[in-house]
Design a protein around this ligand. Sequence first.
Ligand code: UTP
Length: 499
Amino acid sequence: MLSVEEVRSSLERAGQLHVLQFWPELSEDEKKTFLSELSQLDFDELREHCRGAAEAATRSTTKVDQKMEPVPLEFIGSVVKSDRDTINEWQNEGYLHISENQVAVLLLAGGQGTRLGVPYPKGMFNVGLPSSKTLYQIQAERICRVQQLANMKHGSKCIVPWYIMTSEFTLDPTKKFFEENKHFGLDPSNVVMFEQRMIPAVTFDGKVILQNKGKLAMAPDGNGGLYRALVDNQVLEDMQKRGVKYLHVYCVDNILVKMADPIFIGFCVSKQADCGAKVVQKASPEEPVGVVCRVDGVFQVVEYSELPLEAAEQRLPGGELRYSAGNICNHFFTLGFLQEVAQKFQSQLKQHVAVKKVPFVDKDGNMVNPTKPNGIKMEKFVFDVFQFSRRFVAFEVAREDEFSPLKNAAGAPLDTPSSARQSLLALHLRWVLAAGACFLEAPGGATRPRVTLEEETLVVCEISPLVSCSGEGLDLLLKDKMLTSPFLLDEKTAKQLLK
Ligand code: UTP
């Protein structure tokens, strides 16, 4: 650990001496903790970081010019537009690799979830399903089921390891939650948690923000911090030891995420891709999602703010948006690609500016909870590695089947706990109806099947991922059954139905 004098002179050189303003007021314990935090900083890096952040915040967004083009058709697959046989081929290929222990999933769960605003990791959120399952539990059970299906198909005893990237905010509570819940039935040795780095939040004039008198305001370095975290924590070595070849990387907040989706894995492997992205059709030109496309011949995600309106509004002869490939943060990587990125490219990843409200201590020592943005957090994005891919593919999926993120607290117009819950219940209802069951209700005493779309939101129908994770096998259980809402199909009910 450095001495306070050493830290003082390094901070001075970095133009950040204000950090020690309250030093004389700290207790001995607080001094020790703060000094240990400050000793870990690379002060040259800090100077560059603060300078770069302040400069980046003044830059206006540049719109991408005409060299942009949509992903050419030969690099796109679609679950929506392909026939059943083709999808089955991809699926079989995916299950084969899963059964051979070559597929792992990697969850990005280091975010602070400021918009949702709960004081615990987003994965621990319960969106109010009849089962009360949290996002983490739903995901864990989908992994169990995928393993089981691969085993049934191939007579294997396979494992899909679950790598979970956390941050200072989410690691301890996530660990505890998994332990308390016995890892939701998974073997703890196959759930590997690791931590991403944190970087200081900075004011608009390039000064590190103090969260309190003895602590810097730190924030995780964005989900693109993944690549550095993989190196810091020797995660790639762990993957190699296990024989993992393919990774499915996803965000914690998409309640519909298909874990280790065999169709997506199979498609990417069959195209010999080293990097892939699932996309959904953009809902409208104004929808604020990034678009997967090519710029100057290089694949990348063009952010909503960088897409010129004329380009966003262009349509193909059939009426589809020309730039319609909405990025949903759901990716395929080969281990080889991740190794190459980690070794050669991760330090080149672009830094994005996020302007946020950062609680701080003012120069008079008062704690302030700002009501408008006061700080800059620099973030890297997981998708910024597409440019390094030798063979990139995009894969179109149906939004209503695969994408419904939980971003905002109740009351917001979009992406809330209730929209996430409704999307999952609606998907499960569609599976159940497709399996040949129907729902009954008794308006005015009469019983009738209830299947119309307008009534969908009234029916509560939840299927445990341990019974079916993508609608598979439900016809055996439910064909011609008359059900009543709320209907929860868990393992116990499934057994009874089979009798
Ligand atoms: P978001 O960009 O939606 O951020 O993250 P967030 O932290 O969840 O929420 P807000 O913006 O503060 O409200 C998309 C995904 O990337 C992960 C998140 O956990 C989520 O799965 N993420 C984000 C990280 O893993 N690390 C980060 O530094 C940031």
